[in-house]
Write a protein that binds this ligand. Structure first.
Ligand code: ATP
Ligand code: MG
Length: 180
């Protein structure tokens, strides 16, 4: 399984529809300060269901919609599609290619799609839950976050490792069961 492409339309600084093709292996995005590199990473977090404006480096959710520039009017919606190669069947769905789309309108309405069919965020989370991509996973290491891990207290650092190893969810379940 690998990420195949990412399309941004009206997301943050990407007013014009832009598609990034991703190959297996490492992809580097280079560019001057403020050119939109981190916005690309925000788009991946957002399409996977990120609900926190702060995690997306904004103040409110609709800050992800292109806000306009001196020469260009603001847009009414943001849309991101992430296409994942599933030829190894890592995702439990009968498609060799899976596209996840998220859309947000200035009215506050939002939509999610899997391969063009409307779905709930929960469906996306379930689809990705055992794949290592998705919510509550340290899939995205933001600017400055590495420092945070290096300077963390030992017990917090253990939490990071447990989460990466996929044991945290089991420990949380166990704690919950013991409380009952
Ligand atoms: P650095 O190298 O400093 O980390 P970067 O390439 O990561 O820079 P980003 O943070 O991705 O840059 O992009 C910042 C730019 O995106 C700013 O110019 C900001 O004005 C623009 N931007 C963010 N949100 C929006 C929005 N909603 N509408 C229009 N432009 C936006
Ligand atoms: Mg950046």
């Amino acid at each position: 399984m690998h990420l195949k492409s990412l399309t941004l339309k009206g997301f943050k600084s990407f007013a014009t529809a832009t598609t990034l093709k991703l190959e297996p292996g490492v992809t580097c995005v280079v560019g001057p300060n403020g050119s939109g590199k981190s916005n690309v990473v925000d788009a991946i977090a957002w399409v996977l269901g990120e609900q926190g404006a702060k995690a997306l480096r904004g103040g409110k959710m609709d800050d992800v919609i292109f806000a306009g520039t001196s020469g260009r009017a603001p847009l009414g919606r943001a849309e991101v599609t992430l296409t994942i190669d599933n030829s190894d069947g890592a995702l439990p769905i009968d498609y060799t290619e899976v596209s996840i789309t998220r859309r947000l309108f200035r009215t506050g309405d939002g939509e999610y799609e899997i391969n063009g069919d409307r779905c709930r965020l929960l469906d996306i989370q379930e689809l990705l839950s055992d794949s290592g991509i998705g919510r509550e996973m340290h899939v995205i290491v933001g600017q400055g976050q590495l420092d945070q891990v290096l300077h963390a207290k030992p017990e917090d650092r253990r939490g990071f490792i447990e989460e990466a190893a996929g044991v945290l969810k089991h420990r949380k379940r166990k704690e919950k069961a013991l409380r009952k």
